[in-house]
Design a protein around this ligand. Structure first.
Ligand SMILES: [Zn+2]
Length: 114
């Protein structure tokens, strides 16, 4: 597959990744999606429990957690996955966005109170 499905650039045979960052496959096996999925979901569980243990007054804690949620969202960007695999994280992506907007909302509210 010499052309990137994302940006259309030519990808040299043997390269697994296009210069735009998209995984394009190649001769070797793709990423271990099963392990990756487990890892992602365990990170998500950790973030969720941090969310439910947040201290109402702890603005730094909120901002830090917001960043970590965003990092996790970046990690599961659809274009990082091989296009011939089913994208496994659609629902998770929605959940993450939900937490991110809640946190942003809470942070804005806390900022308004000062
Ligand atoms: Zn590309």
């Amino acid at each position: 597959m010499p052309f990137c499905p994302n940006c259309g650039s030519y990808v040299s045979p043997g390269d697994n990744t296009c210069m735009c960052g998209t995984y394009v496959g190649g001769d070797e096996e793709g990423p271990d999606l099963e392990n990756m999925t487990m890892e992602i979901f365990s990170k998500y569980d950790t973030l969720k429990s941090r969310y439910y243990n947040l201290n109402n007054q702890d603005l730094d804690g909120y901002s830090e957690l917001l960043d970590d949620f965003k990092d996790l969202r970046d990690e599961i960007e659809p274009n990082k996955f091989p296009y011939d695999f089913e994208y496994p994280f659609s629902t998770l992506l929605m959940d993450l966005n939900h937490y991110i907007s809640n946190l942003e909302h809470d942070i804005n509210k806390m900022n308004d109170e000062y």
